[in-house]
Design a binder for this molecule. Structure first.
Ligand code: FEO
Length: 178
């Protein structure tokens, strides 16, 4: 059994994760249109990850006799100024998600809901990693700069970030408790 407050807060998180999935998908499509194949692939992968974050909460709510609300998703932006802007927006969104997870943890303590607190530990760790990844990408893009060939090098870097994210996912799947 879960409290109504907690159920509502988790449904808000479902909405945020669902929006992140659509947001990153829109970014992937824009990168693809701009010929940034590596960045597009990375963002496609992230979009699927966000959908999985959403689904984990869906299943958790069902397990604790709550009701998971399928969210309406606002239209994400379709156009971006630059690849730098795309990853600045990813970083901003990840920070927003981290804040939201922290707020959920605070509600758990307030309500003595240790089941949900335990469930959220995975998200606390995941957010630390995702925020760090977004910041590292942004720093790398800044370092490469805006020179003539920078888009080529940025896109090459994105393929490396994708490979690292895929390797992490495979390791997590092999050892979910790690
Ligand atoms: Fe599920 Fe990247 O926040």
């Amino acid at each position: 059994m879960i409290s109504k407050t907690m159920e509502e807060a988790l449904n808000n998180q479902i909405r945020l994760e669902a929006y992140a999935s659509q947001y990153y998908l829109a970014m992937a499509s824009w990168c693809d249109k701009e010929g940034l194949e590596g960045a597009a692939e990375f963002l496609h992968f992230q979009s699927v990850e966000e959908k999985e974050h959403m689904m984990k909460i869906f299943h958790y709510l069902s397990e604790v006799d709550g009701f998971a609300v399928t969210p309406a998703i606002p239209q994400p932006p379709l156009e971006f100024d630059s690849v730098q802007e795309v990853f600045r927006l990813v970083y901003d969104h990840e920070r927003k998600v981290t804040q939201s997870i922290n707020d959920l943890v605070a509600i758990c303590y307030k309500e003595n809901d240790y089941n949900t607190l335990n469930f959220l530990q995975w998200y606390v760790e995941e957010q630390r990693e995702e925020e760090n990844q977004a910041r590292t990408i942004l720093d790398r893009i800044k370092l490469i700069g805006n020179g003539g060939q920078s888009l080529y090098f940025i896109d090459k870097e994105m393929k490396k970030f994708l490979a690292a994210a895929q390797a992490k996912e495979a390791a997590d799947a092999a050892d979910p408790g790690a």
